[in-house]
Design a protein around this ligand. Structure first.
Ligand code: GLY
Length: 388
């Protein structure tokens, strides 16, 4: 195939949930769209717990990201309903709320600070005593000292979301190239397509690089526009609550124990997801005894009865971390190359808004206002700045 024979208007590199939602929304807008990925629907969504935690995962200095997170959370009900109507897939979208609890005085002080930040940011959360926490969730440890009830932080099952997005893409005419993208093709300072590992040339109008933690590794991408994305390992466990014991927990329960985040996400199916470590170890996805031990130890401190449950799965995935923990969305300094990557801890939450933003920019060339702060050019500008 010659690189002058255009195979689609848009080629999305990466068939994780971010690449899939971009492809689906682009195809809905009438663009001939293809995805290149050996295993569409795979990636970090196969590991993620699926918390939609804009409020409980709020951090100092991330107010701009909060705006995008909230915009996406607001879209979730309609987004999930649209996907289910189109594909018949149940996404496990559950408006269950979240309880963030404290186990000791330090945790309590930390949570009080988070509560104050939430209130200053106009977010809804309610401070509860330890006794009120246990009234809501009787399986909690007697030592729980207090907590924050956030009814607006929900959950979705990311594996179901990924399968539904594959089905939505298929129904909307997206073409899947089930192979690896090997190299970006650049001709006269414009991205024109990719060469696959099997040697095929896919020539396109616009290329969207949405390869999660791998996004910074595609050959052929000029250094100045290569996304500064790094892998951040997360180990996650899955336990099963047998039917007579259900409901074990009625909402997501989370805490910071000895400085590490631990969360327990109960699905209606009886699956209980326990996550997650956060490790800067490059491309390593080994499940370690230490990782499993620490997660179980911390989860056990929150909910002692959990050690009775069957441990059904252990797995590690790679979050696409970016320098400011926020995604990179939209055009790069290389014409024809766009990014949808760097979603770090918020990929599942940011899926609906990412699809809308990317479809808008692919059809108009402009980032919508809500996405302007997330332009990839915020990093390439710093790269090309000359010292005074
Ligand atoms: N947002 C949860 C995590 O990244 O572990």
């Amino acid at each position: 195939m010659s690189s002058s024979a255009r195979t689609s208007d848009v080629l999305v590199i990466g068939g994780g949930i971010i690449g899939l939602v971009t492809a689906w929304r682009a195809a809905q807008r009438g663009l001939a769209t293809a995805v290149v990925d050996p295993e569409p629907g795979g990636g970090a969504a196969q590991v993620a717990a699926g918390m939609l935690a804009a409020v409980t995962e709020l951090h100092y200095g991330e107010e701009t990201l909060l705006g995008l997170n909230l915009a996406s959370a607001r879209r979730y009900p309609d987004f999930a309903a649209e996907l289910t109507d189109l594909t018949g897939h149940d996404l496990g979208y559950r408006r269950c709320g979240t309880l963030a609890v404290a186990l000791d005085a330090d945790d309590r002080a930390h949570l009080r600070e988070l509560h104050a930040l939430q209130r200053r940011s106009g977010l809804e959360s309610e401070w509860l005593s330890g006794r009120d926490c246990r009234r809501l969730e009787p399986m909690l440890a007697p030592g729980v000292r207090g907590g924050l009830r956030v009814d607006g932080d929900h959950q979705i099952d990311p594996r179901r979301l990924a399968a539904a997005l594959v089905a939505a893409c298929e129904r909307t005419g997206v073409v899947f190239h089930r192979e690896w993208a090997e190299r970006l093709l650049v001709d006269r300072e414009r991205a024109t397509g990719v060469v696959t590992r099997a040697g095929a040339e896919l020539a396109v109008g616009q290329v969207v690089l949405a390869a999660g933690s791998l996004s910074g590794r595609l050959a052929g991408v000029p250094e100045a526009v290569l996304p500064p994305v790094r892998p951040v390992k997360g180990q996650v466990l899955r336990l099963t609550v047998p039917p007579p014991l259900a409901p074990f927990l009625s909402r997501t329960v989370r805490a910071v124990v000895r400085g590490s985040h631990v969360y327990l996400v109960p699905r209606e199916s009886g699956e209980l997801v326990v996550g997650a470590t956060s490790e800067e170890l490059g491309w390593d996805t080994t499940v370690t005894a230490g990782g499993v031990y620490e997660l179980l130890r911390d989860a056990h401190e929150l909910v002692p009865g959990l050690t009775e449950l069957p441990l059904t799965e252990t797995r590690a995935g790679l979050r696409p971390g970016s320098p400011d923990n926020a995604p990179l969305l939209g055009p790069t300094g290389l014409e024809g190359l766009l990014l949808a990557t760097g979603h770090y801890r918020n990929g599942v939450l940011l899926t609906p808004v990412t699809g809308d933003v990317m479809a808008h920019v692919l059809t108009t060339g402009e980032l919508p206002d809500e996405a302007r702060p997330f332009t990839p050019k915020r990093f390439s500008a710093a790269l090309t700045e000359q010292p005074a």
